[in-house]
Design a binder for this molecule. Structure first.
Ligand SMILES: [Zn+2]
Length: 173
């Protein structure tokens, strides 16, 4: 991803130099659309405007939580922060990330696993609920759901956003 992004920018720079050039030759007429196509493809592959790499796969039973150091044994409430340079901080519990000062400085992209290990989503794109009886690895007991589901499952019927959750868990500690 990172590599492709770099190529995309490099190709973009070359293309603008070409377009700015005064020479109007057959070669340029062929090269220009070619560059536009290449830049477009590189953009698509890298996810244009998204400079932070996507979430990394967690090695269950081996990866450890950046905050509490426990081995991550379930994806159910897993979370991670990915920095622009590709390094990551993994968490066994969404609550560990929500209470980790390093994750709250906002220098990386935050991802959470959807409840039941259904896949990664940006923390800002989903909502959180603590269904009655549900237990997360470190006892924060919050899981990520689509908005409708959070509203249905949360005992208070409030589909909390990421910042609501951070505030809430910050108060408890
Ligand atoms: Zn943890």
């Amino acid at each position: 991803m990172k590599h492709l992004g770099y190529n995309g920018r490099a190709a973009g720079a070359s293309a603008s130099r070409l377009i700015a050039g005064s020479a109007c030759t057959n070669v340029e007429r062929v090269i220009r659309p070619l560059f536009v196509a290449i830049v477009g493809l590189a953009c698509l592959a890298a996810g244009c405007g998204q400079s932070v790499p996507g979430p990394r796969a967690i090695d269950l039973g081996r990866s450890t939580c950046a905050k509490c150091r426990h081995v991550i044994s379930s994806l159910d409430a897993a979370a991670q922060m990915v920095y622009k340079d590709g390094t990551v901080r993994l968490y066994d519990d969404i609550g560990c990330m929500a209470t980790d000062p390093a994750a709250l400085r906002g220098t990386g992209e935050l991802y959470v696993q959807m409840a039941g290990g259904k896949g990664w989503a940006r923390a800002e794109d989903v909502t959180f609920a603590s269904p009655a009886g549900a237990r997360s690895p470190q006892g924060y007991n919050y899981f990520a759901f689509p908005e409708e589901e959070s509203r249905r499952l949360a005992p208070d019927h409030w589909a909390r956003g990421w910042h609501d959750l951070v505030t809430e868990l910050g108060r408890k500690r």
